[in-house]
Write a new protein. Structure first.
Ligand code: FAD
Length: 395
C-alpha cells in the first residue's frame, strides 16, 4: 500500500510538501517525490488540485452511529457528596446536547445516593442512571468499571464525560479500554464540529506548548475527562428528569480489592476552583514575604492566594495553590496576576477567569495578551497602592 506521483500531472506547486505532516514529500527536478517515510495518511492527496497523487489505500469508513445518542456525565460522589466537577460537566453537557438535539444523562453509582438525583436533574440531567449497591459505597476501580461498562453497552451513549479527578483519572482509561474506544484526558474545552457533529476535544499537548484538538470519528462513545474548575455550572431550576434504576449483581471477588480503612489526608482545605477572586503571584514577587502582601490584597476581596509553578518550586506557596496545566484550574470573577510572565502552562489554568488584571514590569510579558487591564509596574509599588486605595474605598 502506498502513495505515488503521476509525474506528468504534477505541476510542482509544492502544496503536498506543506501538507505532509511527516516531511515525506520533497521536490525532485520540479516534481513531487514521495519518500520512504510516507505513512499513506492521505494529507497530500487532499490538497493536490491536479490529482497527480494517487494511492491504493482505501479511505477508512466511518461506521453508522445513528443509534448512538446522548451526552453522559459521570456524577462523581464521595460519601454521598457530589463532586462539583460533575455539575460543571452537566453544564457543558447541556450545551453539547442542545447542538446535537440529544439528551443529557448522569450516571450515579454508590450506596444510598438516590437523594442526589434531584440535584443532577436540576443541573440539566434529563435522565439519571442510578446504580445503588453496598459494593459501590466507596469507589473501587473494578466494580465501578464493570457497572459503567454494562450501562454503556446497554444504552449506547454518544459521549461519556468524567471529571479529571483522582477517581476519573483512574476510571476513565479502564472504561475506555473495556468499551474499546479512545479517551482524551484533561480537556480544557469541548465543542461540537458543526460539519460532522463529532466532539472536538481540546487539551494542552507537547508539554503545554500547543493546544491540540482531538476528534474521534471512528468509535463511540466519545470519551473525555475535564479538570475541575474549567467548565461552568449551569443550574436548571424546575427541570424535569427521570431516574432509571440499573440493577447490578456484583460479587466481592469481581471487585478484587477490599477497603480496610479510609484515611483522609490532613491538609488545609484550599478551594481555588470556587474562589471569586484569586490573587496569584509568580517569580516577580521574589520571595515568600512578598506573598504576604498578596494575601492582604486577597483578604480585602475575601479571595484566595495562588501562584505559578515557579512560586511553588521556590517554596513560597504550597503545591495545592498552583494554577496551571499541572496545578489547579480556576474561573474566578477576578484574577490578579502579579509578577507572572503568562506562560501557556500557567494560562491553561486561569484562562476562564472573567476579568484579569496583570501587573508586570515588562510591557512585553505575554500575560498582557490575556489581561483586561494591565499595569506595567513593580509589584511592590502597585500592590500596596491598590490595597491602600481599596481600603479607602471600602472605608
Ligand atoms: C509540562 C509543564 C507543565 C507546567 N505546568 C505549569 C503550571 O501548572 N503552572 C505554572 O504556572 N507553570 C507551569 N509550568 C511552568 C511554565 O512554563 C513557566 O515556567 C512558569 O509559569 C513561569 O512562572 P512565572 O511567570 O512565575 O515566572 P517567569 O516566567 O520567570 O516570569 C516572571 C515575571 O515577573 C516579572 N517581574 C519580575 N520582577 C517583577 C516585579 N518586581 N514586579 C512586576 N513584575 C516583575 C517579569 O517581567 C516576568 O514576566 C509548566 C511547565 C511545563 C514544561
Amino acid at each position: 500500500m502506498a502513495v505515488w506521483v503521476e509525474v506528468d500531472l504534477c505541476s510542482g506547486c509544492k502544496r503536498c510538501l506543506k501538507a505532509c505532516p511527516y516531511g515525506a514529500v520533497e521536490m525532485r527536478e520540479g516534481k513531487a517525490f514521495i519518500m520512504e517515510r510516507c505513512t499513506s495518511c492521505g494529507a497530500c492527496l487532499e490538497v493536490c488540485k491536479e490529482k497527480a497523487l494517487l494511492t491504493d489505500v482505501k479511505p477508512r469508513e466511518i461506521p453508522d452511529f445513528s443509534d448512538r445518542k446522548g451526552v453522559w456525565v459521570l456524577a462523581e460522589q464521595r460519601g454521598g457528596e457530589l463532586h462539583r466537577v460533575s455539575l460543571e460537566l452537566l453544564g457543558k453537557a447541556q450545551e453539547l446536547a442542545c447542538v446535537l438535539k440529544q439528551e443529557v444523562s448522569a450516571l450515579l453509582l454508590g450506596d444510598n445516593v438516590s437523594g442526589l438525583c434531584d440535584t443532577l436533574i436540576e443541573h440539566g440531567a434529563d435522565w439519571v442512571y442510578l446504580a445503588e449497591d453496598r459494593a459501590l459505597k466507596d469507589y473501587r476501580t473494578n466494580g465501578y468499571t464493570k457497572v459503567i461498562e454494562d450501562l454503556v453497552k446497554k444504552h449506547k451513549p454518544n459521549m461519556l464525560l468524567m471529571g479529571a479527578t483522582h477517581i476519573g483519572r483512574d476510571l476513565a482509561p479502564r472504561v475506555s479500554r473495556r468499551v474499546e474506544v479512545g479517551l482524551t484526558a484533561d480537556c480544557t474545552e469541548l465543542s461540537i464540529d458543526p460539519q460532522g457533529g463529532v466532539l472536538l476535544q481540546t487539551r494542552p499537548a507537547f508539554g503545554g506548548n500547543v493546544m491540540a484538538t482531538i476528534a474521534n470519528r471512528y468509535s463511540r462513545p466519545q470519551m473525555a475527562t475535564v479538570r475541575p474548575g474549567v467548565m461552568e455550572v449551569v443550574a436548571k431550576p424546575g427541570h424535569k428528569g427521570k431516574v432509571v434504576r440499573h440493577s447490578i449483581s456484583l460479587k466481592e471477588e469481581d471487585i478484587g480489592t477490599r477497603i480496610l480503612e479510609l484515611v483522609k489526608e490532613k491538609k488545609k482545605k484550599v478551594n481555588l476552583s470556587e474562589a471569586k477572586v484569586v490573587v496569584a503571584g509568580g517569580r516577580g514577587v521574589g520571595n515568600a514575604k512578598g506573598f504576604a502582601i498578596l494575601e492582604d490584597l486577597a483578604a480585602i476581596f475575601g479571595g484566595e492566594v495562588a501562584g505559578t509553578r515557579v512560586a511553588v518550586e521556590e517554596g513560597w506557596i504550597p503545591p495545592e495553590r498552583q494554577v496551571g496545566q499541572t496545578g489547579q484550574s480556576v474561573r474566578p470573577e477576578l484574577y490578579i496576576a502579579c509578577g507572572i510572565s503568562g506562560a501557556i502552562q500557567h494560562r491553561a489554568g486561569m484562562m476562564n477567569s472573567r476579568y484579569v488584571i496583570a501587573i508586570n514590569k515588562d510591557p512585553r510579558a505575554p500575560i498582557f495578551q490575556v489581561a483586561d487591564w494591565g499595569l506595567v509596574a513593580d509589584v511592590y509599588e502597585a500592590v500596596p497602592e491598590m490595597i491602600e486605595q481599596l481600603k479607602q474605598t471600602k472605608g
